[in-house]
Design a protein around this ligand. Structure first.
Ligand SMILES: Nc1ncnc2c1ncn2[C@@H]1O[C@H](COP(=O)(O)OP(=O)(O)OP(=O)(O)O)[C@@H](O)[C@H]1O
Ligand SMILES: [Mg+2]
Length: 315
C-alpha cells in the first residue's frame, strides 16, 4: 500500500472542508480524485504533501504517518500542486541540476533517466522562458520524480495543455507507472481524460466521499472480475437471418431481447459476459451467420459523475 488515507477531516473555522474521507492507493496504480469545484480535492492533496495540517485522521505514505513521521513519509512523495516555479533564464537542464544539488541522493544518472521518462531530451538546453506549457509541465514532473518518489501527486495536471499535450502526458504518466512502479494520484476536471488514464477514481463532494469507482466495471466497490460476472452487457449483433436469430436467442433463458432492426439486420440483446460464448454457439448451431458483434457504449464517467453528484457540474 503506497498511500493510505484514513478518515481524514479538515475544518476551516466552522467549515468542514473534508469529513471522514478514507481510501488507499496501491503500487503502480494511477488513481483519480474527482469532484465538483470546492469539493475538497486540493485540500486533501495539500494534506498529503504536508502543506496543510489534518484536523483528524491520518495519512500514511509507504507505511509512514505524515503526522508523526513526516520526514520518512515525505521522501516518498513527489508533487506538483500549483504551477512549479523555475528559473526562467536558466536551461531546463540547469534548473534540474539546481534542484539536484538540494537533494543528496540524486545522481546525474537519475537526472538522465527522468528526462528520458518525460521525453524532455531535446528541450534540455533551451532556456525555460522559451518553454511551451507542455514542456514546463514535463520539466515539473521530471523535477518531482528526481528523488525517486513512490507516489506522484498532480493537482489538475492538464490545466492549459492542448489535446496533443494531454495525450503525451497520458503516455508518459503510464510509462512512469509501469516502468518505475510509481503510483500516481491525479485530480482533474477532465473526466474523459481521467477515464482513459485511471484504473480507479474516488469521487468527493462537499468534503465527503461519494464513491470509489473502478473504471470500466460500472460497479463500485467490487473487483473487476466480479463486476464482469454480475453486470449485464448490451450487444448489437448483425446476422444473416434476423428472424431465425430472434427465435434462437429468444429461446435462451439467460438472454433478454431488446430490439431488432430489419433494415440493418441487427438484433440487440442483453446478457452476462459469461454467457456470450453460449449465445454465439447457439446461433452457429442453427446456421445463423454473424457478421459482427458490437458492445453498446456504457455510461461514461461523466454520465455517472452527474448521477453521483446530482447533476452538480464539475467545472
Ligand atoms: N485556507 C482556507 N481557508 C478557508 N477555507 C478554505 C481554505 N482552503 C480551502 N477552503 C475551502 O474548502 C473547500 C474545499 O476547497 P478545495 O480548494 O479543496 O476544493 P477543490 O475540490 O480543490 O475545488 P476546485 O475544483 O475548485 O479546485 C472550499 O469550500 C474552500 O472554500
Ligand atoms: Mg482544487
Amino acid at each position: 500500500m503506497v498511500l493510505e488515507i484514513k478518515k481524514i477531516c479538515k475544518n476551516f473555522g466552522g467549515l468542514s472542508a473534508l469529513t471522514d474521507v478514507t481510501f488507499t492507493i496501491n503500487k503502480g496504480e494511477i488513481f483519480g480524485l474527482i469532484g465538483p469545484n470546492g469539493a475538497g480535492k486540493t485540500t486533501a492533496i495539500r494534506m498529503m504533501t504536508g502543506l496543510a495540517n489534518l484536523s483528524q485522521g491520518d495519512i500514511r505514505v509507504c507505511g509512514h504517518s505524515i503526522r508523526t513521521e513526516f520526514n520518512q513519509a515525505i521522501v516518498h512523495v513527489g508533487a506538483i500542486i500549483e504551477n512549479p516555479e523555475f528559473y526562467p533564464y536558466m536551461t531546463g537542464q540547469d534548473n534540474l541540476k539546481q534542484y539536484m544539488r538540494m537533494s543528496a541522493t540524486v545522481t546525474k544518472e537519475r537526472l538522465d533517466t527522468v528526462v528520458r521518462l518525460v521525453g524532455l531530451q531535446d528541450a534540455l538546453d533551451k532556456k525555460v522562458k522559451a518553454y511551451s506549457l507542455g514542456m514546463r509541465q514535463r520539466l515539473g514532473i521530471a523535477q518531482a520524480l528526481l528523488h525517486k518518489p513512490s507516489l506522484l501527486i498532480l493537482d489538475e495536471p492538464t490545466n492549459g495543455l492542448d489535446p496533443a499535450g494531454i495525450h503525451e502526458m497520458r503516455e508518459y504518466l503510464r510509462k512512469i507507472a509501469s516502468e518505475e512502479g510509481v503510483s500516481v494520484l491525479i485530480s482533474s476536471h477532465l473526466l474523459p481524460e481521467v477515464e482513459q488514464l485511471c484504473g480507479r477514481v474516488v469521487v468527493i463532494q462537499n468534503g465527503k466521499l461519494i464513491t470509489i469507482h473502478t473504471i470500466g466495471s460500472g460497479v463500485s466497490g467490487e473487483t473487476e472480475a466480479q463486476a464482469g460476472k454480475y453486470e449485464p452487457i448490451t450487444l448489437v449483433m448483425r446476422v444473416t437471418e434476423l428472424n431465425r436469430a430472434q427465435e434462437v436467442l429468444g429461446s435462451l433463458p439467460f438472454i433478454k431481447l431488446k430490439s431488432a432492426d430489419a433494415g440493418q439486420g441487427t438484433i440487440t440483446i442483453e446478457l452476462l459476459d459469461t454467457n456470450v460464448p453460449e449465445a454465439v454457439a447457439a446461433l452457429t448451431a442453427e446456421q445463423v451467420g454473424i457478421y459482427r458483434i458490437t458492445e453498446m457504449a456504457k455510461a461514461t464517467l461523466e454520465d455517472e459523475f452527474l448521477k453521483w453528484t446530482g447533476g452538480n457540474r464539475i467545472a
